[in-house]
Ligand binder design. Sequence first.
Ligand code: PAF
Length: 287
Amino acid sequence: MLEISSRSQLLQQIQTWQQQGQKLALVPTMGNLHAGHLALVETAQQHADIVIVSIFVNPTQFGADEDFGSYPRTLESDCRQLLSAGCDAVFIPDPEALYPFGSEDFTRVLPPDSLANTLCGRSRPGHFDGVVSVVARLFNLVQPQIAVFGEKDYQQLLIIKRMVADLGMPQQIVSSPTIRESSGLAMSSRNQYLDTATRQQAVKLQQVLQHTARQLDLGHRDMSELERQAALQLRDHGFQTDYFAIRHAADLSRVADHDELKSIRILAAAKLGQTRLIDNIAWSASD
Ligand code: PAF
């Protein structure tokens, strides 16, 4: 597996692969890899000849009071896992490779308000500006035909799909389902902040999402009431709820009474102590 950190080394290697007619897939990550990331690599392998994983803890997507400084950095173990997963290259850019003019005063890509300033974007202002700004840079440098993102970060996935469509970028965005622990807890790098007791509590997030899906199955259609009930359940399980939302899967718009309930996403973000967890599930009315 190639380990690449500079722009020039990357560009040279990309050129070689392009000349060989190889199809490239990129899996952007912030490292601290777990089975969820390895599933993204596997999806990428199904779609391309060469899989490149980028590892970069992107400063511009963290708020001032967030965990940029303490975000787990586990490069050695990450590279070991990628090697055994059969990944072709890992791109570990120096900050200058992505932000040659620094990460304070840089060219930003701004996602549309309707997608970025709701749900996670409301409590993390500027977060998605940082995400799309770094993903656009990675796409420009790596020039992959395919890029793979997890459904766990469902809002991020939609925003990146929109960026690509809006800016006419050539990348095909492939999504990969959320990987869960046997308890149902969605895999996340932030799970390692949880101790044994809070890990057991954390499982409830997924259970409340499933409970709400069952209420929809049973024909309950008062979305605000279902969201309110779910937020109360999370509070009873010890969470500080950021949001619990039932939205249209295509654009995260609110579900109105008369709307056709074809493809719905139920999404939640809630904190256990200082640890912010997110999760979501799909729901569709059966015909
Ligand atoms: O999902 C993540 O890990 C990050 O938001 C991403 C897409 C790698 C951008 O930094």
